[in-house]
Design a protein around this ligand. Sequence first.
Ligand SMILES: NC(=O)c1ccc[n+]([C@@H]2O[C@H](COP(=O)([O-])OP(=O)(O)OC[C@H]3O[C@@H](n4cnc5c(N)ncnc54)[C@H](O)[C@@H]3O)[C@@H](O)[C@H]2O)c1
Length: 271
Amino acid sequence: MAIADVSERSIAELVSLAGRTAVVTGGGRGLGKAIAARLAEAGANVVIGDIDGSLAAAAAEDLGRRSAGRVIGTGMDVTDTASVRAAVSLAEETFGPVGIWVNNAGIFPAVPVPQMSDELWDQVLAVNTRGTFVGSREAARSMTAGGKGGVIVNIVSTAGFKGVAPGLAAYVSSKHAVRGMTKQMAIELAPAGIRVLGVAPTYCVTEGNQLAAAENPDRTSSPEDIPAMLTSRLGRVGVPDDIARAVLFCASDLSMFMTGSTLLVDAGEAA
Ligand SMILES: NC(=O)c1ccc[n+]([C@@H]2O[C@H](COP(=O)([O-])OP(=O)(O)OC[C@H]3O[C@@H](n4cnc5c(N)ncnc54)[C@H](O)[C@@H]3O)[C@@H](O)[C@H]2O)c1
């Protein structure tokens, strides 16, 4: 199917996600929660899936109170296909066929190459890369069955474009793979009216990377030093909503003629 020409629609219509069903993986905290918040504010009905079900439930309750769309939370492990399918079924039964799927769940343990075990490599690839594949496949099935197409947004990283800090070989590899997957899935899913886009954030302060810094004192001198160390060209460190707004753009009809690309949200890092 040809993608709609939306030239005649107003800005408000283009940004609105009213009536759409969105799923955000790893949405219990950090970037995922901020993304869920903006999608729900734009009117989408959102399922927050997170391996920590209580975190997902708490995030849903928080966002549901202040959003146009409805928000529910569920336990979901992106490395477990049955669990991903259960989240899709929950979304379909509660809100209707999936229209927006955000592959955000990710892990970023820092272990130098000589010390990295096969198991850790496999775990990072299982969550970040296979989890993105499984989520996209299940979302594509729901979108195809719904007959209206949809948008899949993959949260990549600047680590999908280059090597970064020591200890991140598995992470950098996993994110390069997700950027490649974004291109390939865009080609394969376009005939079904499904657009696939990536968003590649630079460093943003989240619970996850503050914990990682605390656990790996060699990676940064201390969590408190991170903002001072990583102040961007734009004069401050990124916050989760900086990324969420880019995801909203990708998920909405504002980006209607885009698929396969990964948007850098890097405060000029690549400039
Ligand atoms: N924060 C950054 O600076 C940054 C930069 C670039 C890319 N990213 C990417 O953004 C995404 C989110 O990062 P964050 O900083 O918000 O992390 P975070 O650790 O704060 O949040 C990640 C969430 O994912 C959940 N999760 C982990 N494994 C899961 C699994 N198997 N199934 C379902 N949920 C799972 C966690 O419980 C957590 O709630 C990741 O893909 C990360 O690689 C983050």
